[in-house]
Design a protein around this ligand. Sequence first.
Ligand SMILES: CC(C)(COP(=O)(O)OP(=O)(O)OC[C@H]1O[C@@H](n2cnc3c(N)ncnc32)[C@H](O)[C@@H]1OP(=O)(O)O)[C@@H](O)C(=O)NCCC(=O)NCCS
Length: 198
Amino acid sequence: MFYTPRLRLRAITPDDLAPFWRWVNDPEVHQFVTTIWPLSPQDEEDWLRQVRQRPPWERPLVIETQAEGRWVPIGNIALVRIEWRHRWAELGIMIGEKAFWGRGYGTEAVQAMTGIAFDILNLHRVQLEVYDFNLRARRAYEKAGLRLEGRRREAIFYRGAYHDSLLMAVLRREWTPPAWWREWPYPGAAAGQGIAAA
Ligand SMILES: CC(C)(COP(=O)(O)OP(=O)(O)OC[C@H]1O[C@@H](n2cnc3c(N)ncnc32)[C@H](O)[C@@H]1OP(=O)(O)O)[C@@H](O)C(=O)NCCC(=O)NCCS
């Protein structure tokens, strides 16, 4: 597992499919992502089977934080596509538990995944696309060090109107790791476990 001061990132298990199903079917969550059509629990099972065919580093990780003394799943994060030749990856994130929005967890998870891409997978660039109306995500990515690179004009049709899709990215040489990146164990981690603990 990977640890940050307040989060841990772990592999998906079949038990995660119930909260995942709830999150992807929540209109407040899925308005910002590509999966807008309702999905069934069976769809989720099919998706997990397909995920398991991917190499480990392209499988989404569950984002957990501690609440009432135990680890609670609040979302997921992934390097959804890795281009080894060009050494870049695309990042995707969803914090599905809305009560946990706006507390800095998204920024912390993106910082961790960016650090993993650079310092563990030896990638050169992390990029993503975000809808222009997703102001919370844009701010979280900016705080995590991604820069606006461009926009695909009116590439997104949502609720009767076209919106731009923004391209954001960070290069390894311009990435400033957060202060906690080299300090472990973190408060939330078990003794002896740090960000690089498997
Ligand atoms: C996007 C997401 C990952 C961000 O995670 P988060 O933990 O909520 O975000 P953070 O708390 O780290 O940062 C959010 C920032 O946006 C700001 N923000 C929130 N709403 C805002 C708004 N309407 N306008 C401008 N800024 C806003 C917050 O104030 C905060 O910035 P600050 O720390 O400078 O005050 C999470 O909200 C999420 O998963 N949302 C649903 C799915 C989604 O949008 N996924 C991304 C698709 S590209």
